[in-house]
Design a protein around this ligand. Structure first.
Ligand code: SF4
Length: 232
């Protein structure tokens, strides 16, 4: 086992104990029953529309993105059209999603990369998706899993919060959370598990007021046992 030593602090690599692995399996089975039709709530008809919607969804709700994309895809139906649309017009179209200046920049950079490097086709491999400008690790993971049926765990704010509260992982950043989830969950369940955990965070394990009393996995939740259960 390798130890990382820094500033007199020794940190051990995260280890998944047998009991926690058992809990994770049970948690995911319950969440699968809670969300039997778990899938992305973004509307899209192609990998192109999906990658655009995912870029727009940063710091924005899926509902808002779904209101904006029909008009956007009317005016920019292909990646080539997106690469050519005037930036000012693009910013107008996506204004209500927030961070419109940065998002417009990312969308156009991504579109140009897809045209120049991949002949106008959104690449289907995770490594290739990650080479696109404006496409971070989370966006690449979502497009790979949702658009191409690959196995990946995209860690957004919901997945980060819920995984740590439940105790499936113990991490203070999204990259470590993703690595620990990949260790704790069988590979063939990565994509589905991402949806279960995300939807549980969106509708039950909310950031400020988690609905612990109504939570189906509270008996398996570290946060509940440490904070809520003792206060009753
Ligand atoms: S018990 Fe509370 S903190 Fe734990 S997963 Fe459920 S809602 Fe979240």
């Amino acid at each position: 086992m390798r130890l990382r030593i820094s500033s007199n602090i020794i940190s051990l690599p995260y280890l998944t104990t047998n009991s926690k692995m058992k809990d994770t399996k049970a948690i995911l089975e319950i969440l699968a029953r809670d969300f039997p039709n778990a899938k992305s709530e973004l509307n899209f008809r192609s990998p192109y529309e999906l990658i655009v919607a995912v870029i727009l969804s940063a710091q924005c709700t899926d509902k808002r993105v779904n209101l904006v994309t029909p008009r956007l895809f009317e005016e920019a139906p292909t990646v080539e059209a997106l690469a050519e649309i005037p930036t000012e017009r693009l910013e107008q179209l996506i204004h209500s999603c927030g961070f419109y200046h940065t998002k417009a920049l990312h969308l156009k950079q991504m579109a140009r990369d897809v045209v120049d490097k991949f002949g106008g086709q959104i690449p289907s491999e995770l490594e290739e998706l990650q080479t696109l400008s404006g496409v971070g690790r989370k966006t690449a993971n979502v497009v790979y899993a949702v658009g191409f049926g690959g196995q990946a765990i995209a860690v957004d704010t919901h997945v980060f919060r819920v995984s740590n509260r439940l105790g499936i992982v113990s991490a203070n950043n999204v990259l470590d959370t993703e690595k620990q989830l990949m260790q704790a969950i069988p590979r063939e369940q990565w994509a589905d598990s991402h949806h279960y955990i995300l939807l549980h965070g969106r509708y039950v394990c909310k950031a400020h007021r988690p609905l612990c009393d109504n939570c189906s996995v509270k008996q398996l939740c570290d946060y509940y046992q440490q904070h809520v259960d003792k206060s009753i």
